[in-house]
Design a protein around this ligand. Sequence first.
Ligand SMILES: N[C@@H](CCC(=O)N[C@@H](CS)C(=O)NCC(=O)O)C(=O)O
Length: 210
Amino acid sequence: MIVVHHLNNSRSQRVLWLLEELGIEYEIKCYERDTETMLAPESLLNVHPLGKSPVITDADLTIAESGAIIEYVVERYGNGSLVPAQGTPEHLLYRYWLHYAEGSAMPPLVMRLIFNNFGIGDSKAMDGFIAPQIKLHFDYIEGELSKSTWFAGEEFTAADIQMSFPLEIFAGVPEQVENRPKIKEFVDRIHGRPAYKRTLDRGGRYDVSF
Ligand SMILES: N[C@@H](CCC(=O)N[C@@H](CS)C(=O)NCC(=O)O)C(=O)O
């Protein structure tokens, strides 16, 4: 059975949600962030050398990195669910957003988090690079979400689950979505999904509005 090594308020929420959407049985092993540093506890290093979450174990396999976990789960257990058919334009979009979430959307958000946490929010880097990059990416996402209901077309896919984390962080600052209704609608829509609600019941409190 899949064991999800789940860190509070983290990307592992997406993995729990994916498993709930697919109706797959799983176990959760919970880890708590250090309240000062926000780092994961050292015990996660026993699961994977980077000590980050998400990481799953499935029999003798250990798999880290959200995108790789999502691909593994849908391929191994999904029976075709949550993935557009191969060779379709939707599948290309699916793959694009699956990579874009961590490869492009998250870096400026993480940079802002680090700059703010270290009290260097007014720096040249923040005003000259980080803030404009966040605007660029989220204006782009807003535009893409005006073209279709979900990221890869009219059907909900695992790419929407992967994109949820950057969008939830972004929408956690209400002023940022005042003029970006599509992002707000997306976040409201995913929060209304029964599987998402079950994830909160099982995974515990989830707050990524930083
Ligand atoms: N790109 C990786 C990022 C993994 C990551 O940085 N996870 C964060 C939680 S959202 C973490 O474990 N932070 C605690 C730490 O670095 O100690 C993924 O998507 O899995």
